[in-house]
Write a protein of this length. Sequence first.
Length: 218
Amino acid sequence: MELGPLLEIVRARALEIVATLFGIVSVWLSTRENIWSWPTALVNVLLSVPVYYAARLYSDMGLQVVYAALSVYGWYEWLHGGENRTELPVSRTPAHQVPLLVLIGAAAAALLGTIAARYTNASWPYLDASLTAASLVAQWMMTRKLLENWAIWIAVDVVYVPLLAYKHLYEFAVLYVIFLGLAVAGHVEWRRSLRARLEGLTPRAPAGSVPVSATSER
């Protein structure tokens, strides 16, 4: 085997491994609500672009570019997106936003899948596009610290693992197994954070007072 192709393989694998490590660190920091999750995410997505291009997963390649923009947006929102430009807290997704997010995700999946199927040699175009659309929705929800983003990531990761293994992107497949575990942990941690915040907002009765329910009318 010639040295040139061998070096290309080694370079591609090294890039995949470095991107994987940054991805793990970024998601772990997200589960902790640590602001450094965003700059590490930027490094991860920029390194992932050439990897997905080589694998002909074009929707995922484009997704990395959008992730970069969302990472910058999320960085700002976590710092200044709260009340009076304070730190953004964890919250639940407003009920009126759910149908809109589902509609946007479905439309994006159909559009990206059709484009990929007709104009590229993409592998699994509609599946790839559906994962891309779901990931975009989940990532936007993460920039707003909406708890339910983790549920979407769990579903996405479950599908990504066998897809990436099938494409022989083994480091990325392992990465998504780890992402799956981190998504579960993130949901638990963010739910705990939300519960603590809501309990802190609940008015407490003064010491020694008698609850209203315990009094009787005369």
